[in-house]
Design a protein around this ligand. Structure first.
Ligand code: NDP
Length: 292
């Protein structure tokens, strides 16, 4: 079997197309959706991600503001930036690019974002609403993007056995909740660094989502024949033969495509969907402003 490719770029383009009339409608109502992206320090990967988000805003006519603080910035300075953005009536979405420097408390800073502007969906109010399956939640972009990709490719999840490897608050946990929620109806197991027999767990999964951050950790021999494999991992691995000096590799061995039915490429799979869902959350936040 050779797996079909779950093309995140194509699916993300269709999401962007569907957002266009909604953005027109916002603009006609006097509201230009506006995303503020805050970045602290000089992590090169973070700058690549922020640039991709700003390029998507430009394509869609979403206004973007890029706020850069130095690595040495104090937490109180970032708190002040967030509070100002919370009060700015022209800003609808606030994104604090992760990772923050070690001297900052990322969780406490996330708590400070107005949940209505929390387009990352990491605020406890939004995560709580997600658990309740409420429509007014801003859902974390990466797991929401995975669900959209499955839906777009008409891959059924109901009654399937799903394994999510990773339990982070931004990817693994909300991914498991979305797969298990009413409507998706998968039967979900969550694996993490303390899981024993992870290979055996993987071999049971009709749908496997890898969100670990370890290049090629999941081997071809771990995959059930015909499984759907979603590789969220993005790992930079040094490669002198590449002009950038590195390549991007997922958490799942590429040869898995010889046994899976569907697989996401890295790059070009989940990454573009994360950006598309961020745009959708920003538009949703702006639309709700029309009703404020
Ligand atoms: P975190 O580091 O926050 O979480 C990693 C998870 O993997 C943890 O739950 C950890 O378990 C688990 N883990 C670590 N080692 C093992 C192991 N040996 N066996 C099983 N589980 C293990 O990472 P994120 O969730 O933020 O990101 C995961 C990956 O996804 C990264 O490569 C990241 O770059 C990528 N990513 C990609 C995005 C995209 O748009 N494509 C967006 C966001 C992230 P424990 O809890 O026990 O420590």
């Amino acid at each position: 079997m050779v797996a079909s490719v779950l093309d995140g770029k194509a699916c993300a383009s269709s999401v962007e197309e569907s957002l266009s009339p909604r953005i027109d409608n916002c603009i006609k109502s006097g509201i230009t959706p506006h995303l503020a992206v805050v970045i602290v320090g000089d992590d090169p990967a973070s700058h690549v991600y922020v640039n991709a988000k700003i390029r998507a805003c430009n394509r869609l006519r979403i206004k973007s503001s890029h706020i850069q603080l130095p690595e040495s910035a104090l937490e109180i300075e970032l708190r002040e930036v967030i509070e100002n953005l919370n009060h700015d009536v022209e800003v609808h979405g606030i994104l604090i690019q992760s990772p923050l420097p070690n001297h900052m408390n990322e969780e406490a800073l996330t708590d400070l974002i107005d949940p209505r502007k929390d387009v990352d969906g990491f605020h406890p109010v939004n995560l709580g609403r997600l658990v309740q399956s409420r429509q007014d939640s801003l859902i974390p972009c990466t797991p929401n993007g995975v669900m959209r990709l499955l839906d777009w490719a008409k891959i059924p999840t109901a009654g399937k056995t799903a394994l999510v490897v990773g339990r982070s608050r931004n990817v693994g946990m909300p991914m498991a909740i979305l797969l298990a929620s009413r409507g998706a109806d998968a039967t979900v197991t969550i694996a993490h660094s303390r899981t024993s027999e992870i290979k055996a767990q993987c071999q049971q999964a009709d749908i496997l989502v890898a969100a670990v951050g370890r290049p090629n950790m999941i081997k071809k021999s771990w995959i059930k024949s015909g499984a759907v494999v979603i590789d969220v991992g993005i790992n930079r691995v040094d490669d002198a033969s590449d002009s950038r000096g590195y390549v991007l590799i997922g958490d799942v061995e590429k040869s898995t495509s010889e046994i899976a039915s569907w697989i996401t490429p890295v790059p070009g799979g989940v990454g573009p969907m994360t950006v598309a869902m961020l745009m959708e959350n920003t538009v949703k936040a702006a639309e709700s402003k029309i009703q404020w």
